[in-house]
Ligand binder design. Structure first.
Ligand code: KG4
Ligand code: ZN
Length: 333
């Protein structure tokens, strides 16, 4: 089953051709990072405009590289939720136009299901599993006992992890996206420097990162008022260690409670080197296997959307998207 996957939910315009959720023929990613970094974060209107400008070139490149034509696709797939609404609408409109013109059925895909299924592209993983979803917009612990079935056990009550990374990076004077930069500074700093209070949350598997972020901001303000120098490496390292500790502790706890042997990391923050290492080590200690996608498949890409669409068709059946499909900014898994 050959699927063309379209992703435009945030600041990456990406289109891929993937067969059976596994074989990637092309996965073109046009990132707008260089444009948004001047503003310290993604500017929604600018993102939409750049998707519009780039999407047909990305489509052409994805088809050319795959050596297929549009008519060779069994399905088209598009991220319809969640994300920046103007950005989503670009992908949805193009997908609907292509579907109408070619008669190829269109499968709407939830962005987070795409992130989760990026794990299954390069490796075979048995279920049940616990998935830690960590991106710029999401933080969730998800239980999967069957293919394409998702039960959220808890999530963030305020900032998403990636969002907290990007905001802390900004106050440290680092450019967007801050996650990779803090990850790098971690190795140059003293992670025990700041004793950041771990937040209290209502549910066992809920998260809160706004307090962790505010702790760092308050410390920086205090130092500024006292006209004291700060070592940003130490602050970045302390922040990253606190965040990763929280994520690992809760994920392992959920895996134990559900008695599962497989843990998956998904979303942009799954690219974090410390999270990958610490989760692997904690998994080994508890007799659990930890999986994550290769770095290119962690952040937003069309291949994960085409992969998830394959499972959508396989397990949910073919329900062709109506040509009145709309984008949805907020939608739970
Ligand atoms: O999944 P993604 O590409 O977009 C969303 O769906 O939100 O995730 C982007 C987020 C950004 O917040 C970025 O800072 C973060 O992933 N990120 C990282 C790393 N690489 C990307 N965070 C921590 N460490 C990294 N190495
Ligand atoms: Zn994403």
């Amino acid at each position: 089953m050959r699927i063309l996957g379209i992703e435009t939910s945030c600041d990456e315009t990406s289109i891929a051709v993937v067969e059976d959720g596994k074989k990637i023929f092309s996965n073109i990613i046009s990132s707008q990072i260089d444009i948004h970094k001047e503003y310290g974060g993604v500017v929604p209107e600018i993102a939409s405009r750049h998707h519009i400008k780039n999407i047909m070139a990305v489509l052409k490149e994805a088809l050319d590289e795959s050596n297929f034509e549009l008519k060779d696709m069994d399905y088209l797939a598009v991220t319809y939720a969640p994300g920046l609404i103007g950005a989503l609408l670009v992908g949805v409109s193009v997908a609907k136009g292509l579907s109408y013109g070619s008669g190829i059925p269109l499968i709407p895909v939830h962005h987070i299901k795409g992130h989760i299924y990026s794990n299954f592209i390069e490796q075979d993983i048995e279920l049940p599993a616990i998935v830690l979803v960590v991106s710029g917009g999401h933080t969730n612990i998800v239980y999967m006992d069957e293919e394409y079935k998702f039960e959220s056990l808890g999530g963030t009550i305020d900032d998403a992890v990636g969002e907290a990374y990007d905001k802390v990076a900004r106050v440290l004077g680092l450019q967007y996206p801050g996650g990779p930069k803090i990850d790098k500074l971690y190795y140059e700093g003293n992670s025990k420097f700041l004793k950041i209070t771990k937040p209290k949350v209502p549910g066992e598997y809920d998260f809160s990162f706004s307090g962790v972020k505010t702790f760092v901001i308050n410390y920086l303000n205090k130092m500024k008022m006292q006209k004291k120098e700060v070592i940003i490496e130490d602050i970045a390292a302390s922040f990253q260690e606190t965040v990763v500790d929280i994520l690992v502790e809760k994920t392992i706890k959920a895996a134990k409670e559900k008695n599962v042997k497989n843990i998956l990391l998904a979303g942009g923050v799954a690219a974090n080197s410390l999270l990958r290492k610490e989760m692997k080590e904690a998994g080994e200690k508890n007799g659990m296997e930890v999986y994550y996608p290769s770095l290119k498949l962690c952040t937003d890409n069309g291949a994960m959307i085409a992969a998830a669409a394959y499972y959508e068709v396989k397990y949910r059946g073919i329900e062709m998207a109506k040509l009145n499909l709309n984008g949805i900014a907020n939608r739970e898994l």
